[in-house]
Design a binder for this molecule. Structure first.
Ligand SMILES: *[C@@H]1O[C@H](CO)[C@@H](O)[C@H](O)[C@H]1NC(C)=O
Ligand SMILES: *[C@@H]1O[C@H](CO)[C@@H](O)[C@H](O)[C@H]1NC(C)=O
Ligand SMILES: *[C@@H]1O[C@H](CO)[C@@H](O)[C@H](O)[C@H]1NC(C)=O
Ligand SMILES: *[C@@H]1O[C@H](CO)[C@@H](O)[C@H](O)[C@H]1NC(C)=O
Ligand SMILES: *[C@@H]1O[C@H](CO)[C@@H](O)[C@H](O)[C@H]1NC(C)=O
Ligand SMILES: *[C@@H]1O[C@H](CO)[C@@H](O)[C@H](O)[C@H]1NC(C)=O
Ligand SMILES: *[C@@H]1O[C@H](CO)[C@@H](O)[C@H](O)[C@H]1NC(C)=O
Ligand SMILES: *[C@@H]1O[C@H](CO)[C@@H](O)[C@H](O)[C@H]1NC(C)=O
Ligand SMILES: *[C@@H]1O[C@H](CO)[C@@H](O)[C@H](O)[C@H]1NC(C)=O
Length: 281
């Protein structure tokens, strides 16, 4: 892909607050993707990179990248950032690859000009980087269903950032009425990636006269809503109850139809015998 194309995709939003000489910006990046730290050169646009020193440093003043008089210079680059950056000369932005949650923070870009008397800072840009990760699609797992205890189920989703705000399961029965059930979110954080995983466990009663329901689990974060696939839950006893009911109805039909038939037959026979009797004597 064209690097400039990936760049526009990567910058989710960039806000500018124009200060006198320093410019402040905000940028967002996805975990494990590339963050773009802009350094827009608004002053003296006609200057060539070969007369300038451009470098980025983090809030601990560790250097990420340095472009010295037209060439990349590695001497000052901190080992933490070696092989993790790429400079886009056309857009004056630094790509920071394989972004981690701990990379969140403020970065400064400086543009300096070398003069015989020393170096002069022409411009400084501060960028605040925030990192996020999409939670996985929530998954519903049904632990146990009984007519007495109801449906015990768990919904879980993993590897997201920041912390989710809400998780719930909505249950729809055959009449299309939906009930939302929410429980305490169990949130855990990976101690290496710092990403969150979340789950809820619920016990939902199975109402009388309902044999199957549809469950949907929804996870909400500050910026989005992620839904699971629809999960059909059929009560295991429902088939036998329905079959019992069918055979009971069949039994009633048989009795209702056959009993009068037998009675009729009997009456007819009785009648015939009575008519035959006088002939014999
Ligand atoms: C980061 O991305 C690479 C490929 O782009 C992938 O192989 C790796 O598993 C990802 N790491 C994490 C922690 O998601
Ligand atoms: C840059 O352009 C301005 C006018 O736009 C001019 O005054 C200045 O001399 C130019 N500088 C260089 C280094 O070309
Ligand atoms: C995260 O989710 C949003 C909304 O569904 C989507 O636009 C974006 O591409 C996803 N990002 C990644 C890295 O999967
Ligand atoms: C559900 O619970 C009942 C009794 O508590 C047990 O007999 C049955 O094996 C359980 N089913 C599953 C799928 O765990
Ligand atoms: C379902 O969960 C409830 C409450 O957590 C528990 O009391 C019950 O024993 C569970 N039922 C089964 C069949 O696991
Ligand atoms: C659940 O009930 C609905 C409506 O009564 C029916 O259309 C659907 O097929 C049933 N699903 C299952 C899995 O039995
Ligand atoms: C329930 O809703 C679905 C779509 O949401 C619709 O297709 C279906 O006809 C509805 N069923 C009833 C019984 O209202
Ligand atoms: C992460 O946590 C696990 C257990 O919770 C522990 O064994 C492991 O050493 C921890 N790793 C780090 C890098 O802290
Ligand atoms: C479906 O759920 C609604 C709300 O919980 C309830 O009022 C209704 O009776 C249920 N329908 C059936 C057939 O149980």
């Amino acid at each position: 892909m064209d690097p400039r194309c990936t760049m526009t995709l990567g910058v989710l939003f960039v806000m500018t607050f124009a200060l006198s000489d320093a410019v402040s910006m905000k940028t967002q990046a996805y975990f494990n993707r590339t963050a773009y730290l802009p350094c827009p050169f608004t002053k003296a646009q006609n200057r060539s990179l070969s007369e300038l020193v451009v470098f980025w440093q983090d809030h601990n003043k560790l250097v990420l990248y340095e472009h010295y008089m037209g060439k990349e210079k590695l001497d000052n680059v901190n080992v933490k950032y070696r092989a993790r950056t790429s400079f886009d000369e056309d857009n004056w932005a630094l790509g920071l690859h394989n972004v981690q949650i701990k990379d969140m923070g403020t970065y400064d870009c400086f543009i300096q000009r070398k003069t015989p008397k020393g170096s002069v800072i022409l411009q400084q840009t501060d960028t605040e980087l925030s990192v996020m990760a999409n939670f996985s699609e929530p998954e519903i797992e049904v632990q146990n269903i009984t007519r007495i205890s109801g449906i015990n189920l768990t919904c879980s989703s993993k590897e997201g950032y920041p912390k989710p705000t809400k998780m719930y399961i909505s249950i729809t029965n055959s009449t299309n009425s939906t009930n939302e059930h929410s429980g305490d979110m169990q949130i855990s954080q990976d101690n290496v990636t710092e990403l969150f995983s979340v789950s809820i466990s619920l016990s939902i009663p199975f109402p009388d006269g309902v044999y199957n329901v549809t469950a949907l689990c929804v996870l909400e974060t500050e910026s989005m809503k992620i839904s699971s696939r629809l999960h059909n839950i059929v009560l295991p006893e429902s088939r036998s109850i329905q079959e019992k009911r069918k055979s009971w109805i069949a039994g009633v039909i048989i009795i209702v139809l056959l009993v009068p038939g037998f009675v009729l037959c009997y009456l007819v026979k009785l009648c015939c015998r009575k008519q035959e009797q006088p002939g014999i004597s």
